[in-house]
Write a protein that binds this ligand. Sequence first.
Ligand SMILES: Nc1ncnc2c1ncn2[C@@H]1O[C@H](COP(=O)(O)OP(=O)(O)O)[C@@H](O)[C@H]1O
Ligand SMILES: [Mg+2]
Length: 343
Amino acid sequence: MTPGDLNGRKVAVLYTSVEESLAGIADEKMRETMDLAVSARCVTDGLNASGVAARYFTFGKDVVALADSFRSYGADAVFNLSECPMNCAQKEPHAAALLELLRLPYTGNGPMPLAVCNDKALTKRILASHGIATPGFRLYAGVPRDASGLAFPVIVKPSREDGSAGITEDSIVEDEGGIKTRVEHVIEKYAQEALVEEFIGGREFNVGVLGNGTVADPYRALPPAELVYRNSRWRICSFESKWDPSHPSYAEIAPQCPAEVSDDLRAGLTRLTIECARVFGLCGYSRVDFRTDAKGRLFVLEVNPNPDISPDAGLARAARAGGYSYEALLLEILRLAFARGAR
Ligand SMILES: Nc1ncnc2c1ncn2[C@@H]1O[C@H](COP(=O)(O)OP(=O)(O)O)[C@@H](O)[C@H]1O
Ligand SMILES: [Mg+2]
């Protein structure tokens, strides 16, 4: 689809304001990287630069007013960047469901993968049932009373967060006592189950995927990216390394795309990414996170059905390596939305 095919069509770029959750963060640069309004502006500008009529809309507390504003704008499709409607990450699928009920074509994944993949333990059970390797795990709703039976070290993380929320170097623990302490911490701080996973400490990769899984628009994996750990003192992509430019790990854990990988490893990453897309019925654009173990075997950590799409984020970087400028990526995602139609 070229901008010409989109002639006269209007796109509403929808994002959820994270102002409330950012209120406690003093560092302005950090607030800016986390602010979805910035991504919404980039997407809107990118579409406008390609000659597509686009305007951004905030997903506020009043959904009736939102539906009215789409109607008065005359939106033909929605570029859906909603992550936390009503300031609640668990309501991420509801935004997509609302757009379906309004009969508006929208970009990205539908409510099912958004809901399922938000639950890391459920995602892992589904992956395992399809024979896709994922680290061994236990899920705890309370402080563990028995031995986990897992191989140490393990990582303890909230079961339903993203953006490395709740993940610090302290999340890696070496014994059953450490599991107890961290599980208690996660349950108390995040009010959700704690996921305890075997720690897979080899290389880390993520792979973007485009497509609707249809004959016309089959899944296509983008070139794999590696998260390179330049300083061995860091073992994970923690909250600080992802979001806090003043933290040393921010500069010492750096994405590299395309990743320097053997043909075999590239083929493995591509095949598993497309298998994940099929298993979860992904649509539009997504990203799968991986690590390798000491023997170089690949494990899927999680599937991200709503990855960050700002120009400096991983998906745009992978798309560039795959031959799409930022504007071309946005147009492709929009084309996939129109190809899928109202859902
Ligand atoms: N089982 C694991 N083994 C090794 N590293 C892990 C494991 N789980 C998480 N990590 C590290 O923590 C980071 C964030 O974990 P992830 O499950 O992808 O959560 P998020 O949804 O916050 O991205 C990963 O990018 C990786 O560096
Ligand atoms: Mg991740």
